[in-house]
Design a protein around this ligand. Structure first.
Ligand SMILES: *[C@@H]1O[C@H](CO)[C@@H](O)[C@H](O)[C@H]1NC(C)=O
Ligand SMILES: *[C@@H]1O[C@H](CO)[C@@H](O)[C@H](O)[C@H]1NC(C)=O
Ligand SMILES: *[C@@H]1O[C@H](CO)[C@@H](O)[C@H](O)[C@H]1NC(C)=O
Ligand SMILES: *[C@@H]1O[C@H](CO)[C@@H](O)[C@H](O)[C@H]1NC(C)=O
Ligand SMILES: *[C@@H]1O[C@H](CO)[C@@H](O)[C@H](O)[C@H]1NC(C)=O
Ligand SMILES: *[C@@H]1O[C@H](CO)[C@@H](O)[C@H](O)[C@H]1NC(C)=O
Length: 504
């Protein structure tokens, strides 16, 4: 065992010393055996055309020892499906939008058919035995595909026409609406490539705001959880789980496929990183093959004994099992798509020491209504829980009732008191209503007009202490605010601006 490891190290050493120039790191086509390499965006990459679609394969079965295939599809917009509906029994397929727009359909067994419109950075997971198809909708669209295990490119080699271009154009800009397999007799003959046609599948067209079904998908409106093992799911750009690692500069890891959620053999994530120096970056040696594709910014990566390579959007770096590498960026923001065979890649390692971030939800300012009063009472007792306030208004059912009744009466009988609330539309309270996260009671009247601030104290409350404390507040108000009304009247919709700016 020891001897063979030493031999392995020795053979790596020899290999790396012999080929340590940048020219040798850069390839135009994925190699026929695993070795470190970089393929620039739009390099030939075993390109084939199928109809209008131009497919490139930057990581292949042979180049990754069958760990995964990394591919891209560039195509003009099309009025037709990109491929007839089908399933794969042995391959998991991942769709990522690098640019443009495409629509993706997926249905597992008798589950409801799902459809999403994917824009830049959006992701769709198509596990094995899931019927799926897609359609390219914008003139300059690029889908990035990750297929596990590797070798799936064989299908496209067999179906397509080899393509070369003097200018490395993304695609040939002609629109003919041709799908990659419009002929049912062709797609039904592809079972040896793990393609099983599902010609009865009717892609639904009832998308609203990019999703069908419309309910509960939170498509570009709220959190998108990773799906459970074997089921398709979709993660809109920035709406999935996020982890902040501050160990080596700042890195935000957004997992798309994890071992925990999908029980998968590989992980897929985006990693966004801040500027950092090469000295502050660790060296990784991984037990699985890995690849980076730059989505935005500029990636510096050093693999094995090769010099540091500089990668731009769409460029791909491949790192075989056991080869040391380090990566960083010298620009303020760089975002990468990262795929790793096995479950202990850079993404999983970073997530272990990182903080879970929450998606900022849109908070909404609204006028509160009579139905909100009990929730406001509960929120008040949750927040004002210091011993001094607990002494004055104790946490008893009687005091809760007094508080609720005081506000209910005020809201019903004092139109010059305005109640506003801020709700988090994405979380629900125990009544199933949008949760109130903040409230305010704004009194337009002067103290003399409105009379006593509170009704008589409840028996659970210490009357003298309440008089002293709340009476003191009332006196202080008169002293500080005087007789002047320190507000101007605004439309409720302008209230936000008013509260933010102190402009009146
Ligand atoms: C197409 O390209 C592949 C390599 O990507 C090569 O093996 C094959 O022979 C080519 N086919 C034709 C018809 O030129
Ligand atoms: C996991 O990966 C290995 C090698 O990449 C492969 O042979 C195996 O079939 C995979 N297992 C699953 C469940 O995909
Ligand atoms: C492509 O399909 C669209 C929508 O079906 C149609 O309007 C358009 O004329 C077609 N274009 C071509 C070149 O066939
Ligand atoms: C896919 O479906 C086939 C039957 O068509 C079944 O034999 C196989 O186990 C399924 N694979 C997975 C991963 O569910
Ligand atoms: C679609 O989006 C618009 C604009 O955000 C929104 O007003 C509308 O309610 C949405 N439709 C559905 C069905 O969610
Ligand atoms: C009534 O509700 C407001 C918030 O809307 C709160 O500030 C006030 O203290 C509440 N209680 C009473 C007894 O007025």
């Amino acid at each position: 065992m020891l001897t063979s490891s030493l031999l392995l190290l020795a053979s790596f050493g020899v290999c790396l010393v012999q080929s340590a120039t940048l020219e040798e790191l850069y390839l135009h086509n994925a190699p026929s055996f695993p070795r470190p390499y970089v393929i620039p965006h739009y390099a030939n990459s075993h390109a084939v055309t199928i109809g209008d679609q131009l497919y490139r394969f930057t990581v292949t079965g042979p180049s990754s020892d069958n760990a995964f295939t990394l591919m891209s599809t560039n195509a003009p917009s099309s009025g037709a499906l990109g491929v007839l509906p089908h399933i794969h029994k042995r391959h998991s397929e991942n769709f990522f939008n690098l640019k443009g727009r495409f629509q993706l359909w997926a249905q597992k067994g008798a589950d409801e058919q799902q459809a999403r419109l994917l824009t830049q950075g959006d992701y769709g997971s198509v596990p094995r035995n899931t019927t799926h198809t897609f359609q390219i909708l914008d003139p300059d669209t690029e889908m990035v595909g990750v297929v596990v295990p590797g070798g799936f490119e064989e299908l496209f080699y067999a179906l397509g026409t080899n393509y070369t271009s003097g200018t490395d154009t993304p695609f040939v800009p002609a629109v003919s609406n041709s799908s990659s397999t419009s002929d049912p007799s062709i797609i039904t003959s592809l079972q040896k490539f793990d393609v099983y046609a599902q010609l009865d599948f009717e892609p639904r067209r009832d998308l609203v705001n990019g999703t069908a079904p419309v309910d509960n998908s939170n498509w570009h409106t709220g959190d998108n959880a990773l799906g459970t093992s074997g089921k398709p799911y979709f993660v809109a750009n920035g709406y999935g789980p996020k982890y902040l690692s501050s160990k080596y500069g700042y890195q935000v890891i957004q997992p798309l496929v994890t071992k925990q959620a999908q029980d998968a053999n590989y992980t897929l994530s985006t990693i966004s990183l801040s500027r950092q120096t090469k000295d502050n970056t660790p060296t990784y040696i991984l037990p699985g093959a890995a690849a980076f594709e730059v989505l935005e910014g500029v990636l510096m990566i050093q693999i094995g004994n090769y010099p540091v390579a500089t990668l731009y959007t769409g460029d791909v770096a491949f790192i075989p099992v056991g080869v040391a590498f380090t990566y960083y960026t010298e620009v303020p923001f760089t975002k990468l798509l990262y795929v790793n065979s096995g479950s202990n890649g850079v993404d999983s390692q970073l997530i272990k020491g990182a903080k879970r971030m929450s998606t900022p939800n849109p908070l909404v300012l609204e006028l509160a209504t009579i139905e909100d009063i009990p929730a406001i009472t509960e929120l008040w007792f949750t927040v004002f829980n210091d011993p001094g306030m607990r002494h004055l208004i104790p946490d008893t059912p009687g005091a809760h009732e007094w508080f609720t009744e005081a506000n209910r009466t005020d809201m019903l009988t004092k139109p010059y008191q305005k109640y506003i609330k801020v709700v988090d539309a994405n979380t629900k309270d125990t009544q199933g209503r949008a949760r109130i996260v903040a409230y305010a009671k704004w009194d337009l009247a002067m103290p003399d007009e409105r009379g006593a601030r509170f009704p008589p104290w409840h028996g659970d409350m210490p009357g003298q202490d309440c008089d002293a404390f709340f009476g003191g507040l009332e006196r202080a108000r008169r002293r500080v605010m005087g007789d002047r009304k320190h507000y101007c009247k605004l439309d409720p919709r302008e209230l936000t601006a008013y509260l933010l700016c102190d402009c009146c």
